[in-house]
Design a protein around this ligand. Structure first.
Ligand SMILES: NC(=O)c1ccc[n+]([C@@H]2O[C@H](COP(=O)([O-])OP(=O)(O)OC[C@H]3O[C@@H](n4cnc5c(N)ncnc54)[C@H](OP(=O)(O)O)[C@@H]3O)[C@@H](O)[C@H]2O)c1
Length: 343
């Protein structure tokens, strides 16, 4: 193994400053493994982190972005059991959250890959061994790299926290990575999946993936009334809310009795105002969530292998085209944007 590797890095915050640098291959310390990275997927927060907005959480500088990786074990540190050279792996975003409720201080001490550690957009990355999961046997490295954030978030919302039942309905807002995993899991588990998008063309693709119903929000800005009409006035049982602001008001309007709104993101607005009376009489659960624990990741992998589910990749970019991959992310992908490394 050569002693150096290539990594994408910013030494000053800003996407325009992302450059390939040559640096030493990191060595795994006690309780850590070295992964030869084969693929990385991009998330909205990678862009936010490259722009320096996560610096208060302890993001290192200079900084290599991204936390979603797939690769092979290339070294193990002292005290690491269970992993052997060449094992195909991925890693949980939260490296110390293995199961159950998150630690009380996990909102300030995240222990999350690429938030308060160096990221993985490099030929090699060191990962705490407890975070490592075996890659699904049925998926390629590129497909596996889509799972840690978007996949686990959707699984946590619908299964770990949501306890989705067959026959229920799920509303997915937009056609990004989290939404499309939500669509696929909902269908896999026997639920109805209603998808919204600002693009008619993306809605056709969502239908091909199994969406039961679609709503074009560019034609129906008051989309909640469309959702109510589609459900005979009953509303939907599970909602992925990643937009905020007026979208949140409409999500509450479209919620069924006892519905759960998974509060995932704020693509449109960081705040919302909703009528409390409706929350009360409809017994609506508002659930904030942040990705998930390693147990959710492993449960999801088992279900993916068993059901032959294939993550939706909008495009795989070559290692040298990372800036174009971030550009694609900014335009709003259909599913995931992936970077292939060491092909
Ligand atoms: N809480 C968590 O644990 C967690 C985990 C993962 C992601 N997130 C957050 O969840 C959000 C979605 O993540 P993602 O990875 O799925 O994103 P993504 O892949 O970048 O996709 C976002 C999609 O949302 C739609 N969209 C974008 N801006 C919008 C706006 N202003 N109003 C309405 N729709 C909009 C677009 O779909 P159309 O073009 O089809 O309309 C776009 O493709 C982000 O804010 C992300 O930071 C949170």
């Amino acid at each position: 193994m050569s002693a150096t590797m290539k990594a994408w890095q910013v030494s000053r915050w800003g996407l325009a400053n992302l450059k390939v640098v040559e640096r030493e291959i990191p060595r795994p310390g006690p309780g850590e493994v070295l992964v030869r990275v084969r693929a990385v997927s991009l998330n909205y927060r990678d862009k936010v982190a490259v722009e320096g907005h996560e610096a208060p959480y302890g993001t290192p500088s200079p900084y290599t972005p991204c936390g979603d990786l797939a690769g092979e074990i290339a070294g193990v540190g002292p005290g690491v059991e269970h992993w052997s050279l060449g094992d195909r792996v991925s890693a949980n975003f939260y490296t110390r959250w293995l199961d159950g409720q998150a630690a009380p201080d996990m909102d300030v001490r995240l222990n999350a890959l690429s938030v308060d550690t160096q990221g993985v957009l490099a030929e090699y990355a060191v990962v705490p061994a407890p975070a490592v999961v075996r890659a699904p046997a049925s998926l390629s490295m590129e497909e596996t790299a889509t799972l840690p954030v978007a996949g686990v978030t959707a699984w946590s919302a619908l299964v770990t926290l949501g306890q989705l039942k067959a026959g229920q309905s799920v509303l997915l807002l937009g056609t990004g990575g989290v939404s499309l995993f939500g669509l696929q899991f909902a269908r896999m588990l026997g639920a109805r999946a209603i998808v919204t998008s600002r693009s008619a063309e993306k809605l056709e693709r969502a239908k091909a993936l199994g969406a039961t119903d679609v709503v074009d929000t560019s034609r129906h800005p008051e989309w909640a009334s469309q959702v109510l009409e589609l459900t005979g006035g009953r509303g939907v049982d599970h909602i992925f809310e990643a937009v905020g602001g007026d979208s949140y008001r409409q999500s509450v309007a479209a919620a069924a009795m006892g519905a759960r709104i998974s509060t995932i993101g704020f693509l449109g607005d960081t705040e919302f105002t909703v009528p409390i009376g409706r929350l009360i009489v409809r017994r609506i659960v508002i659930q904030g969530l942040s990705v998930g624990h390693r147990r959710s990741f492993e449960d999801m992998i088992a279900a993916i292998d068993l059901n032959g589910l294939k993550p939706v990749i909008d495009r795989v970019y070559d290692w040298k085209d990372v800036p174009a991959a971030f550009g694609h992310l900014e335009r709003g992908p259909f599913g995931k944007v992936v970077v292939s490394i060491n092909p």
